[in-house]
Ligand binder design. Sequence first.
Ligand SMILES: C[S@@+](CC[C@H](N)C(=O)[O-])C[C@H]1O[C@@H](n2cnc3c(N)ncnc32)[C@H](O)[C@@H]1O
Length: 372
Amino acid sequence: MTCLDDILADIDAEPIQPEPAGQHPGRAWKRLASDLPPAVRRMLETIRIPGLRLAALRRAERYVLSGSVREDLDAARYRALWRSAWSNRNAETTRAIRLAIDQTLKDVHIARMVEHEAPYCVPTEVRTARVRDGKLTVEDPPSAKPSFGVRSYPERTPPEVVTVAARTWRSRVRHPRPPLAWDLTAGSGTVQDVLRCNGGRVVSTDLTNNGNGVAKLDARNLGCCPGHGQPVQTGHFEGLVVQHPDMVFLDPPSRGVPTMAELDRSDDADRDLASLDRNVYIEIVATIVSKSVERLAAGGLVSLLVREGVRNHQHITQDSGVADAIMGALAAGIQVVGHHEVVYAHAANQVSVGSARCPMVHLLLGRRATCR
Ligand SMILES: C[S@@+](CC[C@H](N)C(=O)[O-])C[C@H]1O[C@@H](n2cnc3c(N)ncnc32)[C@H](O)[C@@H]1O
């Protein structure tokens, strides 16, 4: 069984090869499915297209059977490997299969966007996300749908939050065009996936680097990377450069364990915001927001998702008041443009947190207009 950092590293690895020509995917699936533990088979069968289901199985084999594929093994050995993975590391195996499903569907979704060269539409339920009476209701998509970001990533940002933030920004600028943004806690890349659908472009950074076009940067050092306009010392930088973003997204982890840096076995575990004491956390998040607001383009907005709780794996202790405390610690001249309570109608399993979620408050913050 590979561990989580191997799995995450694998996301950027070689794409899964299609089935050999002449293989009928439906029949190939039937043959392979009988060798899988029933629960694994049921999870993969949430993908309705047999060819895609096979691609997800290939990926799952890579994660769970450490790269061995059915063709390399005799049937009895293949069955035994799956049985032992399922019985020894049930929860880990479930996560790995879910990740395999997510990555496969996401690849298809992104390929479709590239192939048609026109922005692919965000699904209706995300596009029409609305704040009603100050409340934004979100949910994880069923596993058969393409996922924005990786559904099983710990505390993935709800895509509805990104939609609402982008819509608010559009309503503030006189000549709207697709936004140029920074995502300082990009994780599995939800923000870039959503904004890209509307032609937006994002410089995505995170403390842990798990592929998906996300560069490594501690959010405290915002502005200090080539994507944020810092001059490069040697050579030249070919990625997207945004000096003054229209939007900055910040979705800090809730405090508690395990931290993403820990899961990722990163050397920067002590810099993970999740491991800070309450007061330090509040002060640091407020500083990151204040510095972000300074860098915004005219009319720009910072989208801050505050997770008001302390996490101990699947247990959450509510800690209301964190959002208010962060607002109280912001630099002068910052205006609260939006304040929404975010609630889950349905939550899927995410690594280390299961379906437990911290209560969340979404804040939209901008520069206060100055009178001349
Ligand atoms: C709530 S998750 C964000 C999820 C992400 N937006 C997504 O949809 O996948 C919090 C993220 O903050 C990152 N993080 C923690 N401390 C950080 C720091 N000091 N600088 C930048 N990112 C940090 C974690 O690695 C994790 O990816």
